[in-house]
Design a protein around this ligand. Structure first.
Ligand code: HEM
Length: 155
């Protein structure tokens, strides 16, 4: 069975919750990334410069929102078309940016873990379940695959 309407609904519903406090959830997302992989700090320009994770940093928020939102868009595409299609220009840019920043394939697993934990915290332990975890996980994995494939064309 492909990606269902129910799965799409679960992802959209929790993205609505994240959207209500982007400054907080962006910060949580990055704290979790660094908790899982402290070494990732040096890849991000806005983290390299300071000891602490900067509060209200526009670049930090932009990256968090891109990951949340593009994963949500992937869920919609998976349900509608059965696959994730990132526009050519966007995909090329994503390939270049990540290769240039020193991002490697295993980093995508770190970001996935941080994303799932951020969503879990946002919607609360009671509402969080396997189904929601799988829906976000699958949408993220397919998006990550598209970016990783593009990264292989950029070295
Ligand atoms: C930059 C999206 C995964 C590290 C960017 C940018 C986008 C983006 C759109 C351009 C700058 C911006 O608009 O904020 C995504 C998406 C991802 C993903 C959609 C996964 C689905 C990752 C992973 C890492 C990473 C796994 C490494 C842990 C970076 C770094 C930059 C960047 C270091 C440069 C930012 C800077 O230093 O200012 N990403 N990214 N990204 N990304 Fe990602």
């Amino acid at each position: 069975m492909g990606f269902t309407e129910k799965q799409e609904g679960l992802v959209k519903e929790s993205w609505e919750v994240l959207k209500q406090d982007i400054p907080h959830f962006s910060l949580r997302f990055f704290s979790l990334i660094l908790e899982i992989a402290p070494g990732a700090k040096n890849m991000f320009s806005f983290l390299r410069e300071s000891e602490e994770i900067p509060q209200n940093n526009p670049k930090l928020k932009a990256h968090a929102v891109k990951v949340f939102k593009m994963t949500c868009e992937s869920a919609i595409q998976l349900r509608e078309k059965g696959e994730v299609v990132v526009g050519d220009t966007t995909l090329k840019y994503l390939g270049t940016v990540h290769v240039k920043s020193g991002v490697k394939d295993p980093h995508f697993e770190v970001v996935k873990e941080a994303l799932l934990r951020t969503v879990e915290e946002a919607i609360g332990e009671e509402k969080w379940n396997e189904e929601m975890k799988n829906a976000w996980g699958e949408a993220y994995d397919q998006l990550a695959e598209a970016i990783k494939a593009e990264m292989r064309n950029h070295h």
